[in-house]
Every structure is written in structure tokens, then in C-alpha cells.
Design a protein around this ligand. Structure first.
Ligand code: GDP
Ligand code: MG
Length: 328
């Protein structure tokens, strides 16, 4: 389980001012006040929406303002109210006040909504109040959004297979994740935008080596993170850097996963043959494919980005169909 986070500033609409106006005609010597009221400012409403899955979009947009109310005018005309501003968040989002850290609300289910900042009331016009009032200011607030994420796809592979490189290119090419700890001692999470409206949560599982299921290396601590993912991306260093045999690595890692849990090995696996940009990789791919009859492998280069798009859309399709199945 990982936590996605965003900090945003919201400002509800200001109320419109009341109008100061005196109506005079030849029958009324002193005139009559006829200034209308100002309209109410729009509220900021947070709403849980089915089609939003991550807080990724708040990386690009952190300010939300609702419309202000219109001012009142003469002849008792009231100003129009400002429109509310709806901010869509994924179901499961926790909204906290940034200053106090207090939880304002949790929007758990689709359709849940809450007013986070109230629009200012409109000022009364002088037809209702001796002197026209100014409209009240809309509330403003900085809030922190938190969403617990479960990774859709876990990237596994031997050290130096290029897991970190891959996750940093896919989640910065379509920017970006947030400040998840990017160290080798903790799983790294990336929110990847596959295409418009389609995102994937990917986690790098570091430190898997032979014996990991018994706690070797960084051990089994991280294996449990991939138990809940829908699919695995098995990254292989196909260039065979560090004098490794790519196919042996592949077999050994799968054995390791199986030793940890039989279920893990039954998860759909996407084999990605990384580092195709290095000389000799083509030859190795050919050899690897001979061993791996019937399994589709994706040649990619995490550095140049070659083949990565194909891999991600295949992964996305699979994840989407698994999720659909689970819901049905
Ligand atoms: P990790 O241990 O699996 O996270 O591997 P890293 O992402 O840290 O990568 C290990 C090394 O391989 C680094 O020096 C990377 O620059 C290099 N590397 C990763 N992917 C590629 C690739 O596609 N092409 C090339 N040429 N080098 C790569
Ligand atoms: Mg790494």
C-alpha cells in the first residue's frame, strides 16, 4: 500500500456587493431606495468520481477558484449567484486541512461530496438595509489530499535490470509521481499516464535476489507488496551486463517468486527484455525467445524509451480487464 498525495489551494467565490440606489421621479420628492442584493459566491465542492483513479492531475493544477456573485443593481435587481466549482477526486480520497492536519472529510464512495470552502454571502442592497453592504469574501483554504493506492503492476527483476530507470522514465515522460522515497531500500511507486484518462500504478520491487524468499538481500519484506498487484512486469537485462545470462536470471527469479508464494507465480507476467540499445542485445533476444516458446516478450530500452509504450498499453489492457472481471 502506498500513499499518493497532493496539496491544493481552494478559494470560494466572493459575494456580490449590495447596490446603493435611490429611485426618484416627480411624484416622490425624496426618492425611494431600490438597490438590490448581491449574489452569493460559489462554493468549492469536492466530489468522488468514478473515472478518477489517482491524484496525478493535481500535479498540474493546484488552484481552484469558484465564481463570485454579481453585484446587485437598481430597481431591486439582485445579482446572480456565482457557480459552484466541483473538484473531482478519486473515491477513497482523504481531505485534510493543510495547516492543522485535521481530517475534514473522507470521500469513500462514488458520488460522495462535501463543501470544503463556502462562498461569501451577497451584501444586502439599500432597499433592504439602510446602507448597502459589501459582499462577504469567499472562504479560502489549503488542503492536502491523500489517497491510498494499491499498485496495479509490480516490476520485478534482478538488481541492475533497470527497474528504477524504467519507473523514472515512464512516470516522468508523462509526468509524474510525487515524492515517494526513491531509494533502494523501499519500493518505489509511480503513477503512469498511459493515455488520456487511463493511468496505471506501477511499483518497483527492489532487492530481489536468490534466497529472497528466506529474507536474503532486502528479502521478503517487499514481496508482500506485490501480492496484491494484478500483474507483474518481469524485467530482464537482455544485454547481459555484469556477465549474466539473461535466461538463467529469468528462471531463477521466477523460482524465487514461486518459493515465496505459489499464487505469485500464477499472476499474469509481462516479460520485458531491457537494454535493447546495447550492442549484442538483438542476438540475446533471439536466444531468449528460443527458450521461451509461447510467451510474449517485449524488447524495450528503459533509457531510449523504445518499446515501452507497447509494453505499457499491453499491461494496461490486462489490468483493466482483470479489474472489470473482479467488479462483475
Ligand atoms: P535496478 O537495480 O533494476 O533498479 O536498475 P537501475 O535502474 O538502477 O539500472 C542499473 C543500470 O543499468 C544503470 O546504470 C542504468 O543506467 C542502466 N540501464 C537501465 N536501463 C537501461 C537501458 O535500457 N539501456 C542501457 N544502456 N542502460 C540501462
Ligand atoms: Mg533500483
Amino acid at each position: 500500500m502506498f500513499v499518493d498525495e497532493a496539496k491544493i489551494y481552494v478559494n470560494a467565490g466572493d459575494g456580490g456587493d449590495g447596490c446603493n440606489s435611490i429611485y426618484r421621479d416627480r411624484y416622490h420628492r425624496y426618492g425611494r431606495p431600490d438597490g438590490g442584493d448581491g449574489g452569493k459566491g460559489g462554493d468549492i465542492v469536492f466530489e468522488a468520481d468514478l473515472n478518477i483513479h489517482t491524484l496525478l492531475d493535481f500535479q498540474y493544477r493546484q488552484h481552484f477558484k469558484a465564481d463570485s456573485g454579481n453585484h446587485g443593481s437598481s430597481n431591486h435587481k439582485n445579482g446572480r449567484s456565482g457557480e459552484d466549482r466541483h473538484v473531482k477526486v478519486p473515491p477513497g480520497t482523504i481531505i485534510k486541512d493543510a495547516q492543522s492536519g485535521l481530517v475534514l472529510r473522507e470521500l469513500l464512495h462514488v458520488g460522495d461530496h462535501v463543501i470544503i470552502a463556502k462562498g461569501g454571502e451577497g451584501g444586502k442592497g439599500n432597499s433592504r438595509h439602510r446602507v448597502a453592504e459589501a459582499g462577504a469574501l469567499g472562504e479560502e483554504k489549503t488542503v492536502v489530499l491523500e489517497l491510498k493506492l494499491i499498485a496495479d503492476a509490480g516490476i520485478v527483476g534482478y538488481p541492475n535490470a533497470g527497474k528504477s530507470t524504467l519507473i523514472s522514465t515512464i512516470s516522468s515522460a508523462r509526468p509524474k509521481i510525487a515524492g515517494y522515497p526513491f531509494t533502494t531500500t523501499a519500493p518505489v511507486l509511480g503513477v503512469v499516464k498511459v493515455h488520456e484518462g487511463a493511468s496505471l500504478v506501477v511499483a518497483e520491487i527492489p532487492g530481489l535476489i536468490e534466497g529472497a524468499h528466506q529474507g536474503k538481500g532486502l528479502g521478503d519484506r517487499f514481496l508482500r507488496h506485490i501480492e496484491r498487484t494484478k500483474v507483474l512486469i518481469h524485467l530482464v537485462d537482455i544485454a547481459g551486463c555484469d556477465c549474466r545470462d539473461p535466461y538463467k536470471d529469468y528462471v531463477k527469479l521466477n523460482k524465487e517468486l514461486k518459493l515465496y508464494s505459489k499464487e505469485l507465480i500464477t499472476k499474469p507476467q509481462f516479460v520485458a527484455l531491457n537494454k535493447t540499445d546495447i550492442e549484442g542485445a538483438k542476438e540475446n533476444i533471439r536466444k531468449f525467445r528460443k527458450h521461451l516458446k509461447g510467451v510474449k516478450a517485449f524488447p524495450i530500452s528503459a533509457v531510449t524509451g523504445e518499446g515501452v509504450r507497447e509494453l505499457l498499453s499491453a499491461v494496461y489492457k490486462k489490468v483493466a480487464s482483470i479489474k472489470k472481471h473482479e467488479q462483475a
